[in-house]
Design a protein around this ligand. Structure first.
Ligand code: G3H
Ligand code: 13P
Ligand code: ZN
Length: 345
C-alpha cells in the first residue's frame, strides 16, 4: 500500500472517535518499532520527521526506510508527515520527497522561535494549503505557541507567558476558515521535551503537574465539531523510563509529562493526532544505558540497539492502545493522493 494522505487517517479517526499517535523518527530502529507495534495492534499510524530528522538522516535514507515500511506491512495505513515545517519552501521540499502530509508551523517565524503575527501565520499557512491540496497532500497548521524551547522548537515562553499564547477558540475558527487547513495544532500549555512543568511546590520543591487549558479544546470542539485538533508535546514522560536512565548513570531530575487521561479527554473532544517523540527517546536511552552499565564489555551496536528498539516498541504499543487507534487498520480502503486530490477540488 502506498503512503496514505493523513487527512483520511484523521477523518476515519473522527468517525471512530479515536486518536492516532504521530511518532517522530530519525532512524531505522524507530521506524521498525512503530511498524511492528502498528502490525501487532492492527493500527493506522502517522510517522513524522522534523527538519532535524531530515538533516540527520540525509532525507533520502528516511524516504527509502519508509518505502520499506509500507512494503513490509501493506495492510497498515501509514501517513508520512513533516513536523514543524518552518517555511513554504521546507513544506514544498517535503512534498517533493513524497510526504503525504506537512505541518506549516506559522505560529513562529522561520527561525522557529519568534512568535509570528496572526496575519503572517494565516498568510504562510494558506500558501502551503494552496500548494499542497492540488497534490492531495494534507496540511496541519498551528495557532498559539507551545511553551519551552529545549529542542529548538518553541518561543521559550515561561509558564506565565504561555498563558498569553494559548489558542483562542474564536480566532481558531477564523484561522481554519481563512487557511483551509486539514488539522489544527492547538496551544493549551504543553511543551516539547521531558520537562513540561515549570511548577514546583514552594514548600517541598517537588515538581507539580503542568496546568493544561483543556477548556480551550472543549470550546474549539463545540465551535467546530469537524475540526481535527492536534496535541503537540504529548509525551507522558513515564517515571519508570526516567528511573532507568537515572539508575544507569543519567541525570534527569524533575521531569514531567502529560497524563494519558488528559490526552484521552482531548480525544473525546476532537483531538485526532497526538504527537509523541520524547517517550521514545527516553525508552531508547534507558535501554542503551542499561547495556552499557551492565555489560561494559559489549561493543557490537546490535547488542544495545536491539533492546533499544524493543523498549521503543513497548512505548508505541502502549500509546496505540491508549489513544484508541488499535484495531482500526482494516476499517477502510486507503486512498491515494490522486484520489483525495479530486475531493479537495
Ligand atoms: O517537535 C519536536 C520534536 O520532538 C522533534 O524534535 O527537532 O529534535 O527532531 P527535533
Ligand atoms: P514530545 O516532546 O512531548 O514527545 O512532543 C513531540 C512533538 O510535539 C513533536 O511535534
Ligand atoms: Zn511539536
Amino acid at each position: 500500500m502506498p503512503l496514505v494522505p493523513m487527512r483520511q487517517i484523521l477523518d476515519e479517526a473522527a468517525k471512530g472517535g479515536y486518536g492516532v499517535g504521530a511518532f517522530n523518527v530519525n532512524n531505522m530502529e524507530q521506524i521498525q518499532a512503530i511498524m511492528q507495534a502498528a502490525n501487532d495492534t492492527n493500527s493506522p499510524v502517522i510517522i513524522q520527521a522534523s527538519r532535524g530528522a531530515l538533516k540527520y538522516s540525509k532525507m533520502i535514507y528516511l524516504k527509502k526506510l519508509m518505502e520499506a515500511a509500507v512494503e513490509e506491512y501493506p495492510h497498515i495505513p501509514v501517513a508520512l508527515h513533516l513536523d514543524h515545517g518552518n517555511s513554504v519552501e521546507t513544506c514544498k521540499m517535503a512534498i517533493d520527497l513524497g510526504f503525504t502530509s506537512v505541518m506549516m508551523d506559522g505560529s513562529l517565524a522561520e527561525d522557529g522561535k519568534t512568535p509570528n503575527s496572526y496575519e503572517k501565520n494565516v498568510e504562510v499557512t494558506r500558501a502551503v494549503v494552496e500548494l499542497a491540496h492540488p497534490l492531495g497532500v494534507t496540511v496541519e497548521g498551528e495557532l498559539g505557541c507551545l511553551g519551552g524551547i529545549e529542542d529548538g522548537h518553541g518561543a521559550g515562553l515561561s509558564d506565565e507567558a504561555v498563558k498569553d499564547h494559548l489558542t483562542d477558540p474564536a480566532q481558531a475558527e477564523d484561522f481554519v476558515k481563512q487557511t483551509g487547513v486539514d488539522a489544527l495544532a492547538v496551544a493549551i500549555g504543553t511543551s516539547h521535551g521531558a520537562y513540561k512543568s515549570g511548577r514546583k511546590d514552594p514548600k517541598t520543591g517537588e515538581v507539580l503537574p503542568p496546568t493544561l487549558a483543556m477548556d480551550r479544546i472543549h470550546e474549539i470542539h463545540k465551535r467546530m465539531p469537524h475540526c481535527h485538533m492536534v496535541m503537540h508535546g504529548s509525551s507522558s514522560v513515564p517515571q519508570e523510563l526516567v528511573d532507568i536512565i537515572n539508575k544507569y548513570g543519567g541525570k534527569m531530575p524533575g521531569t514531567f509529562g502529560i497524563p494519558i487521561e488528559q490526552i484521552q479527554d482531548g480525544i473525546k473532544h476532537g483531538v485526532r493526532k497526538i504527537n509523541v517523540d520524547t517517550d521514545s527517546r527516553l525508552a531508547i536511552t534507558g535501554a542503551i544505558r542499561k547495556v552499557f552499565a551492565e555489560q561494559p564489555e559489549k561493543f557490537d551496536p546490535r547488542d544495545y540497539l536491539k533492546p533499544a528498539r524493543e523498549a521503543a516498541y513497548q512505548v508505541y504499543l502502549a500509546r496505540m492502545k491508549a489513544f484508541g487507534q488499535a484495531g482500526h487498520a482494516g476499517d477502510y480502503k486507503p486512498m491515494t493522493l490522486d484520489e483525495i486530490k479530486t475531493i479537495y477540488r
